[in-house]
Design a binder for this molecule. Structure first.
Ligand SMILES: *Cc1c(COP(=O)(O)O)cnc(C)c1O
Length: 391
């Protein structure tokens, strides 16, 4: 099996974990071909997560732009309020099938931690989530949610005490306790086969969106736009259209205060090739290879790298990666709230902001699908603080 995407991806991981990754790959392919596994996944996606999610024609937003018709893929309406649950459900079903006794995960903003804790509760499995001490402080409501759901949050004080340190701690724990412990990765990153598995579990977004678009508009969209942290919601919706060359695929990275300031989270547009989280990819690093801290008003876009397939697609030009800064994301957040009565996550607001730039340049008959990856209730405090400092 090819573990790479061009020069990207691979398995840059301790030798002792190689048998675990081999077994994971083998078991994943068996599960994928097993109708009972797929039937249980589909049943829970429908009755527990609440799929399918609507594809909604945002008429007032489209009118405001005066160009293309904007459609929102409503992943914000999923149980737990974002797309992450599609992936954690799939991985935890696989963990249970493999006979793993315990789950671990790392989390930055806490959303992947909550999505993993949710599945741990649903399947009655013990779960520990590694989180940087700084993030534990900043994201207290998500720590409470995880604890409510019965998960133990392990506060990591090493290094900058943020996501990259939590990632290192989780990988150390996994190395020490696999195969009894299943490591639930939150985006299309990590060593192979994780980028492939997470893409497959999130591809439900793109497959639904393609069918819904054909039903509602009678044609394919001209453009599909999604925000990119690690890249799972983007890869999930892109997966539905990757064999449709007429559809422009646009990923949106978090520009923070601007790529030129150095305070950003734009790994493709402002990073270099290196090794992160067991894979070769674009990431934010110093010349000596140390991972540098990311910055964005949106905590969920703080992954210091990007999934290896995105790195490959960026080089190939198969998808295009733009940058949206904090102020543009906040404006897009306000616009969507006021015009459509939908409060988007700050992450998703980056994708909305890109649509606000693209739509006016397009014909009225053009269709843009925006992946609305999550809801924004979690961001209210954050936005108030940002506005107090900047406006
Ligand atoms: C975590 C998160 C993201 C970023 O993660 P990806 O893997 O890039 O999708 C985007 N939107 C929301 C709502 C999130 O919670």
């Amino acid at each position: 099996m090819n573990t790479h995407y061009g020069i990207y991806g691979g398995q840059y991981i301790a030798e002792t974990l190689m048998p675990t990754l081999k077994e994971l790959e083998r078991q994943y392919f068996l599960a994928k071909e097993d109708p009972t596994f797929q039937a249980e996944l589909d049943d829970l996606l429908k009755h527990y997560v609440g799929r399918e999610s609507p594809l909604y024609h945002a008429k007032r937003l489209s009118e405001f732009c005066g160009g293309a018709q904007i459609y929102l893929k409503r992943e914000d309406l999923n149980h737990t309020g974002a797309h992450k649950v599609n992936n954690t459900l799939g991985q935890v079903l696989l963990a249970r099938r493999m006979g793993c006794k315990r789950l671990i995960a790392e989390t930055g903003a806490g959303m992947h931690g909550v999505a993993t804790a949710t599945m741990a509760a649903l399947f009655g499995m013990p779960c520990e989530v590694f989180m940087g001490a700084v993030d534990v402080e900043r994201q207290a409501p998500n720590v409470e949610r995880m604890e409510c759901l019965g998960t133990t949050v392990r506060s990591i004080t090493e290094g900058s005490a943020t996501l990259k340190d939590a990632m290192n701690a989780a990988i150390r724990e996994w190395t020490a306790t696999a195969p009894e412990t299943f490591y639930v990765i939150g985006t299309v990153a990590g060593p192979y086969p994780y980028p492939m598995m997470v893409k497959d579990f999130q591809a439900v977004i793109g497959h639904e969106a393609r069918r819904q678009c054909l039903e509602q508009t009678g044609k394919l969209p001209e453009e599909v736009i999604a925000c990119v942290g690690g890249g799972s919601n983007a890869m999930g919706i892109f997966a539905g259209f990757e064999n449709d060359p007429s559809v422009r695929l646009t990923g949106v990275e978090a520009g923070g205060e601007g790529v030129a300031t150095g305070n950003h989270a734009a790994s493709i547009n402002g990073g270099q090739v290196g090794i992160l989280h067991g894979a070769k990819t674009y990431l934010l690093q110093r010349p000596d290879g140390q991972v540098t801290p990311t910055y964005s008003v949106s905590a969920g876009l703080d992954y210091p790298g990007v999934g290896p397939e995105h790195a490959y697609w960026a080089d190939l030009g198969k998808a295009h990666y733009e940058v949206i800064n904090d102020d543009e994301a906040i404006d897009a957040f306000d616009t969507l709230c006021r015009l459509e009565g939908i409060i988007p996550a700050l992450e998703s607001s980056h994708a909305v902001a890109q649509a606000l730039k693209s739509a006016p340049l397009r014909a009225k008959s053009d269709v843009i699908i925006v992946n609305l990856s999550g809801r924004g209730d979690k961001d209210m405090e954050n936005i108030r603080e940002w506005k107090k400092q900047h406006r």
